[in-house]
Design a binder for this molecule. Structure first.
Ligand code: KG4
Ligand code: ZN
Length: 336
């Protein structure tokens, strides 16, 4: 089955063609980073308008790159949430229209399920069951995954998502948008010993996270120590290490609780080097860790095409070509 994936939940237009027999045929991404950078964050209305402009040319490019015809597509998967409603609507309307025109089934895909299955596009993918740590700009959660589509959220952030905290602290350190990768680069110049930030919610049981206190801690540290280059780098280091340690501690707990020995780490923050290095220590405890390739850590069309294909193969499809998108849509709601 050949599925076209459409991702427009935030500030990237992602298109891909996935074939259940041949794997990923082609994919393209247009990032709106430059568009939003001047505003210091994503402007939803501008995001929607840009998706409108990029979507059709990108679909044409991907179909050409895959050397197929539009008529060779067997199904269309589009992100229907969670995300920015206006941005989601653009992808959903184009997906539903194309499905109607080609007379093929469409499927609404949950963006977080997309992130979760992104490592399945790599060689030697994990086999279920497993634990998934999803760390993106909008969500941070640990999920017990019995099988594709069978999800139990073990813990999640009670306030900011990890990526969101990275972005906000990056702004504080004058790093602009998007802040995560810039903060990680600055941290490489930081002195590891100068500041120690708390590891939030790690000295009590449970698998939930909280990152907003670290933001305040970073701001106070900045005010008390002066806003010079070295201090900013030292804060970046201490902040990053605190987030990474909190994630690592909770991953260990989730693996212990489930008894599973495979961990998927996906979403934008899974690109973080320090996170990958520290999680690597789990391999000594016979835990196997699976990441998406770097370009599929952040939003992309390939993960949506893959997730949609799995659902279509199971006989699921949208009941009609009516368009419905959801700003909030928990993995619990799609679990079966
Ligand atoms: O998954 P994603 O592309 O979008 C959402 O679904 O939210 O994740 C974007 C988030 C941003 O907050 C960005 O700052 C963060 O991922 N991010 C990183 C890194 N690369 C992206 N955070 C820390 N270190 C990185 N290397
Ligand atoms: Zn995402």
């Amino acid at each position: 089955m050949r599925v076209l994936g459409i991702e427009t939940s935030c500030d990237e237009t992602g298109i891909a063609l996935y074939d259940s027999e041949e794997g990923l045929l082609a994919h393209r991404l247009y990032s709106q980073v430059n568009l939003h950078a001047q505003f210091g964050g994503v402007v939803p209305e501008l995001a929607s308008r840009d998706h409108i402009q990029r979507l059709i040319p990108l679909i044409k490019e991907v179909v050409n790159a895959a050397k197929i015809n539009l008529r060779d597509i067997d199904g269309i998967a589009y992100t229907a949430g969670p995300g920015l409603v206006g941005a989601l609507l653009v992808g959903a309307v184009v997906g539903a229209s194309l499905g109607l025109a080609l007379n093929v089934p469409t499927i609404a895909v949950n963006h977080m399920e997309g992130h979760l299955v992104a490592p399945m596009l790599e060689d030697n993918p994990p086999k279920f069951p497993l634990v998934a740590l999803l760390v993106s700009g909008g969500h941070t959660m640990l999920v017990k995954v019995e099988d594709f589509g069978v999800y139990e959220i073990l813990g999640e952030s009670l306030d900011d998502a990890a990526g969101e905290a990275f972005d906000k602290v990056a702004k504080m350190l004058h790093l602009g948008y998007p802040g995560g990768p810039a903060l990680a680069r600055l941290a490489e110049l930081g002195n590891a010993k100068r500041f120690v930030f708390p590891r939030p919610m790690t000295n009590r049981p449970g698998l939930d996270f909280s990152f907003s206190g670290l933001k305040t801690f970073a701001l106070n540290t900045l005010c008390e120590n002066g806003d010079d280059d070295q201090t900013r780098a030292d804060i970046a280091y201490a902040f990053q290490e605190a987030v990474v340690d909190a994630l690592l501690i909770k991953c260990k707990r989730a693996l212990l609780k489930t008894g599973f020995n495979q961990l998927i780490v996906a979403g934008g923050v899974s690109a973080n080097k320090m996170l990958r290095t520290k999680l690597g220590n789990l391999e000594e405890e016979q835990i196997k860790i699976f990441y998406p390739r770097l370009e599929f850590c952040t939003d992309n069309g390939a993960m949506i095409a893959y997730a949609g294909c799995q659902r279509l193969l199971r006989g699921e499809q949208n009941a009609s070509y009516a368009v419905k998108v959801l700003a909030r849509w928990s993995l619990t709601e799609i679990s079966n």
